[in-house]
Structure formats: structure tokens, C-alpha cells
Design a protein around this ligand. Structure first.
Ligand code: DLL
Length: 434
């Protein structure tokens, strides 16, 4: 039987949800206009006042916010509450430029943890569960968010953070963890380590995994489900809107329900900014309807996605987003062709390779080059050189069919590609270094 954390909201009729969103939006725009001079200036420049925004149908009149605005306004420029009412900051994991710092009142923390509680409940979590949280703790939102959600649900919470993988497995076995929360790349690594330690999924009790913070494919989902013996669910979020729990997957395992009572989603054309109809592919934009301290209106995420309102077998009526198809700024343009790393991952796993790979893009003699390094399993590695060469050719052919361009494939020895304990870095674009 499907479990809900807040059935009234999660299964609310479309009309009631729209009414709730309209009321919340009007109040939020007023709150921001009155308390955030940075955004008030943007609205004034566009000639929009809070009175013009009476419902979500008026949202398109408001200006966008981008990461560049967040950098300009760093650190306090988008704060909408006095610092004395803020109790926490979290920050992005970004390594370049200024970090994004997000502020929370206690109310904001409560709502955020509530969203994570909905995600944990949707995968079947109850107070009977043991929830092992191996997202990073600290400034990154992954650990604190799911930790808070797990407490709310009443699970026994293991605040492991990432790393020390053998110890993770030891705790998992000793305490009988039933839910695992971490990045999908770390889940794959934990699965690999479990088998290397001589265990099988029968030696652990995991039933569900809540994996997000980075793009991952359906093929990767099947790999992880097999190696850890669990059902793998997606979770989405970003620091700017709170953290994990903006959207979460349910028993249908087919896209994520957006907590749209808190986050209003739009899809826009990334070039023109025009709002696109439901079902179109474009850039995801979020408006925070309830946040007090750091309420971003029309924040452009750069994530490419599709929204749908088709009825879901779980009974939730919350709008769904598909797996993000990469970020518009992650997309590689190689010899003029748009390539998403997820397409490469799909081909690799379909062809029976491991999800351990590295993509290198460079430019030689004014031509872009694409090199894909793919790690072999010990069994695959024992093949003859001739076999390996023919495998490389076969894989290059499959990639050509998917991408439309020819990559150079390098099959490399087991364990030669670094594993990730957090967000995996799989693409090296050397063109940017020249
Ligand atoms: O990654 C928050 C999070 C923590 C989400 C734990 C899920 C689980 P940031 O570090 O600010 O926050 O990165 C946000 O990560 O704009 C997406 O590009 C990407 N991302 C997050 N979840 C997913 C997902 C956290 N499920 C950025 N699939 C977002 C694909 C994701 N990409």
C-alpha cells in the first residue's frame, strides 16, 4: 500500500492546489518586494508591482534570477529576513567562482525537512526503518536535509556522511540499514566494495535507496538495484531552493513529484526565456512559495527537463519532472554536435560496461576530439589484445549511432578510474584549459 507523509497535500485536487499556490505566490511576491531591494529593483525595471501578481498565471511577468544574480548579491543581497531570525546557512558544492550561500529560518528548515520526509515515506520509510545517510554533511545540503527528513519520519538515522566505504558496509550489516541515501555514483561504489568484501545483497537488509544530486541514467539504476538488492529512487533539489526534496520519486519509479505547494515549476526556452507548454523540453525554473529567509522568484536552474501532469499510479497529484537530462551548461558541443554525458553512460551500460568512465574533450589542429576511457572488469580485462581492439571498435560504433560523432574509445584496466564518494566528476574539457 502506498504511504504518504502528507496525503492531503500530496493528493490534493488540481483546483485546490492552484488556489493554494496563487495565495502563496501573491504573499511571497509582496514579502520579497518589501524586503529584498535587489529584486525590487529588477521588478521596478520591468515595471511590475506586487499588485500585478495575483495568481501563478501572472508569474511570467516577473524577472528571472540567475546564478549571476546570486553572485552579484553575495552574501546578503537576497536575504528577506533579518539575520537575527536566520538559524543556518548551507552552500553549494561549486568549486569555481563565489559559492552560493542560502539562509534558513527555523521555519524554512522545518519545511525543507518535511519535503525530505515526504521523499523517505514515498520509498516506504517508516519508524521501523534504519536510514543510512551517506551524503556529505556540512555546507552541502545532502546530509543535513535527509538527516532531518529521516528524524521526522522516525527512522533510526545513521549520520555517516560519505567516505570510508568498508566502514559504511560494516555499519550497514551490523545495524541492518534498510534505506540508503547517497549519490548514485557512491551507491555504485558501495555495491562494488560490498562484492569485493565477499558479500552479496543477501548479507545486507537494504530495501530502498534515495539517490540524487547528480544526473544518472535508467541503466545505472538497474546496475545499482542489482548490486545492492534494493529499489533505487531518484531525488532532486538544489541549494538555492533549499536542498534535496524539491522533487522525489514514488513507487512508480518514473519521474519525480515536485513539492509544488512549496516550489512552483516552469519550463522555459533557455534562449528566449519564453514559458513553454506542459510536456515541452526546456530549462527548469523554480519559484519558492513558502521560504522566508531566501525566497528566490523565477530562479533559472540550468537543468533541462520536461514536466508532466499525467495521473500517477501512486495516487499523488503533484506535478512530475523527468530525470534532468543534464544541465544546459554541462552540454558539450563537440564538432558542432550537442552531446550530453548521460548519452555516453547509457551506451556504456547497455553494452555491458561498468559505470566507471571518464570523458575527455580537447581540440587538436582546430578539430574537437572526444576520448572516452572505460574501465573493464577483471573478467573483461583477461581478453586478448585482439578481442579488446574489436570491443573498442564495437563500442565506438554504438556511440556513433547514439551521438552522431565518432569517439575514440580506450578500454582501461580495472580500478584505474577514480571512484566518487560524492558528486562524480566525469568530464574533463581540456579546451577550456588552453
Ligand atoms: O545537489 C542537492 C541534493 C542533495 C539533491 C542530495 C539530491 C540529493 P547542489 O549541490 O546545489 O544541490 O546541486 C544542484 O545538482 O541543479 C542539478 O543540476 C543537480 N542535481 C540534483 N539532483 C539531481 C538529480 C544538491 N536527481 C544541482 N538528477 C541541480 C540530476 C541532479 N541532477
Amino acid at each position: 500500500m502506498e504511504r504518504y507523509w502528507n496525503q492531503e497535500i500530496e493528493c490534493m485536487s488540481r483546483e485546490d492546489m492552484k488556489k493554494l499556490q496563487d495565495e502563496r505566490l501573491a504573499a511571497q511576491v509582496k514579502h520579497v518586494y518589501e524586503n529584498v531591494p535587489y529584486y525590487r529593483d529588477l521588478m521596478d525595471k520591468k515595471g511590475v508591482t506586487p499588485d500585478d501578481i495575483r495568481s501563478t498565471d501572472d508569474l511570467h511577468k516577473l524577472p528571472f534570477l540567475t546564478k549571476a544574480d546570486l553572485r552579484d548579491a553575495y552574501p546578503y543581497g537576497l536575504l528577506a529576513k533579518p539575520l537575527s531570525e536566520c538559524v543556518r546557512i548551507q552552500s553549494t558544492s561549486g568549486t569555481t567562482g563565489k559559492r552560493v550561500v542560502a539562509f534558513y529560518t527555523q521555519h524554512d528548515i522545518d519545511l525543507w525537512e518535511d519535503c525530505c520526509a515526504r521523499a523517505i515515506t514515498a520509498v516506504g520509510g517508516t519508524e521501523e526503518d534504519v536510514c543510512q545517510v551517506c551524503y556529505g554533511y556540512g555546507l552541502f545540503t545532502g546530509g543535513p536535509g535527509l538527516n532531518g527528513g529521516s528524524h521526522k519520519v522516525g527512522c533510526l538515522t545513521l549520520p555517516m556522511s560519505s567516505g570510508n566505504t568498508e566502514r559504511q558496509i560494516q555499519f550497514m550489516r551490523d545495524l541492518g540499514s534498510t534505506i540508503l541515501c547517497c549519490t548514485p555514483s557512491y551507491a555504485a561504489y558501495i555495491g562494488e566494495t560490498l562484492h569485493e568484501m565477499g558479500f552479496t545483497p543477501d548479507d545486507i537488509k537494504l530495501k530502498a535507496g534515495i539517490f540524487g544530486a547528480e544526473p544518472w541514467t535508467e541503466e545505472m539504476r538497474r546496475e545499482i538495484e542489482k548490486s545492492l538488492g534494493l529499489k533505487a529512487y531518484d531525488i532532486y533539489g538544489l541549494t538555492e531552493t533549499s536542498g534535496p526534496g524539491v522533487a522525489f520519486e514514488c513507487s512508480a519509479q518514473n519521474g519525480m513529484h515536485i513539492n509544488e505547494d512549496h516550489f512552483f515549476a516552469e519550463i522555459i526556452d533557455p534562449e528566449t526565456g519564453e514559458v513553454l507548454p506542459e510536456g515541452s523540453k526546456g530549462e527548469l525554473v523554480f519559484t519558492s512559495l513558502t521560504k522566508e529567509a531566501f525566497p528566490l522568484l523565477r530562479y533559472r536552474t540550468r537543468d533541462i527537463c520536461v514536466l508532466t501532469r499525467e495521473a500517477c499510479s501512486c495516487g499523488r497529484t503533484l506535478i512530475k519532472m523527468c530525470k534532468p537530462m543534464g544541465r544546459s551548461d554541462d552540454m558539450l558541443i563537440i564538432r558542432g554536435v550537442n552531446v550530453f554525458p548521460s548519452q555516453i553512460e547509457t551506451v556504456l551500460i547497455e553494452q555491458g560496461y561498468s559505470p566507471n568512465y571518464r570523458i575527455e574533450v580537447d581540440r587538436m589542429n582546430n578539430t574537437d576530439t572526444l576520448d572516452v576511457f572505460v574501465e573493464l572488469t577483471p573478467e573483461q580485462f583477461s581478453d586478448t589484445v585482439k578481442d579488446l581492439q574489436s570491443k573498442e571498435r564495437e563500442l565506438a560504433g554504438a556511440m556513433k549511432t547514439m551521438l552522431g560523432i565518432n569517439p575514440k574509445i580506450h578500454l582501461v584496466s580495472p580500478k584505474s578510474i577514480a571512484r566518487s564518494e560524492g558528486k562524480a566528476v566525469r568530464v574533463v574539457d581540456k579546451r577550456k584549459l588552453h
